[in-house]
Design a protein around this ligand. Sequence first.
Ligand SMILES: [Zn+2]
Length: 66
Amino acid sequence: MLSCKDTSELVSRSMDEELSWRERMAVRLHLLVCGACRHFTAQMAFLRRAARRYPGGVDRRDQESR
Ligand SMILES: [Zn+2]
C-alpha cells in the first residue's frame, strides 16, 4: 500500500508522464481508501486544466497591449 507521500508524488508525476500500469493501480487503490489524496488529485487535475486553458497570464497581457 502506498503512503500519502508516495501517492502525491505519483499523482504529480502522472500529470507530466505516463505511469506504469502497476503505479496507476497502486494510486487508484490508495485513492479508494484515502479522502485526503482524492482531494489532492482533484485539486491537481483542476489546476492542470486551468493552467492549460490560460497559458501564461503575463503573455496574454502583452498581446492585448499590442
Ligand atoms: Zn492518502
